[in-house]
Design a protein around this ligand. Structure first.
Ligand SMILES: COc1ccc(C(=O)Nc2ccccc2)cc1NC(=O)CCSc1ncnc(N)c1Br
Length: 273
């Protein structure tokens, strides 16, 4: 609420619980705000590491952006405070944890679950684009699951979560669209590309352009070398949607509002998200 976002917080306002994860710039803990008994995730960043990586301005900008974002599928940043050595981010706690762990456990998701996630991410991105915020970096490492099973974009900023290094952690190239790989300017349509990559990975368990060498991944991306394996069985409608998102020419990618009208989404996504 408004009061919460204005209050000057202090570590003594919280009881600290178990560690939730470990990032490049610090750790995340379960915590309870003493007065309200509200459960949060408290991210502790070391000033020394922020300074040496020159990301203080990036953090300030992110805190500014996040403080204006209110969407059920975007993890809230309630506020922040700092002491001599550390910066503390007061984050919404996502009760069902990290999405990519769930994806590793299930290998791949059903079409209904994948479509529900893709639709809720599309709605969150439409909301962000409406506020001129793009490139929410929507790879699995940045997605959490709320208490009702809903997806939450938790932009981890620059903090790489080494806590559970994913087999394709080096494959962070996987999510970049051609225009970013070829490092030309990018616009909101990069998020459509990344969402297409994510939809593929939800259905097949691996991103579409994965390769052993970065150079091979790079080539497969710029050539849009899109192949659909015979297993697991995936509907033609899902493949049609993915093929309309993974288009090299960014202006030709399916716009997000059109995605929500695509037959595969309409027939498979759970409206509650
Ligand atoms: C709005 O969420 C953020 C906003 C900003 C930043 C951030 O570090 N920015 C940043 C850091 C350094 C430099 C520049 C930007 C990070 C997050 N989010 C996170 O780090 C997620 C922490 S893990 C977790 N969180 C809740 N529930 C769980 N079950 C888990 Br597990």
């Amino acid at each position: 609420d408004a009061a919460a976002s204005q209050k000057r917080w202090d570590l003594s306002d919280f009881d600290i619980g178990k560690p939730l994860g470990r990032g490049k710039f610090g750790h995340v803990y379960l915590a309870r705000e003493k007065r309200s008994n509200h459960i949060v995730a408290l991210k502790v960043l070391f000033k020394s590491q922020l300074q040496q990586s020159q990301v203080e301005h990036q953090l300030r900008r992110e805190v500014e952006i996040q403080s204006h974002l209110r969407h059920p599928n975007i993890l809230r940043l309630y506020g922040y405070f700092y002491d001599q050595k550390r910066v503390y981010l007061i984050l919404e706690y996502a009760a069902r944890g990290e999405l990519y762990k769930e994806l590793q456990r299930c290998k791949f998701f059903s079409e209904r679950r994948a479509a529900t996630y893709v639709a809720s991410l599309a709605r969150a991105l439409i909301y962000c684009h409406g506020k001129h915020v793009i490139h929410r970096d929507i790879k699995p490492e940045n997605l959490l699951i709320g208490a009702q099973g809903e997806l939450k974009i938790a932009d981890f900023g620059w903090s790489v979560h080494t806590f559970n290094r994913r087999r394709t952690m080096c494959g962070t190239l996987d999510y970049l669209p051609p225009e970013m790989v070829e490092s030309v300017e990018h616009d909101a349509s990069v998020d459509i590309w990344s969402l297409g990559i994510l939809c593929y990975e939800f259905l097949y368990g691996v991103p579409p352009f994965e390769a052993m060498e970065h150079s091979d991944t790079y080539r497969r991306i710029v050539q849009v070398d899109l192949k659909f394996p015979p297993k697991p069985i995936v509907s033609g409608s899902a493949k049609d949607l993915i093929s309309q998102m993974l288009v090299k020419e960014s202006s030709q990618r399916l716009p997000l509002h059109k995605l929500l009208e695509h037959p595969w989404i309409v027939q498979n996504a759970d409206p509650s998200g």
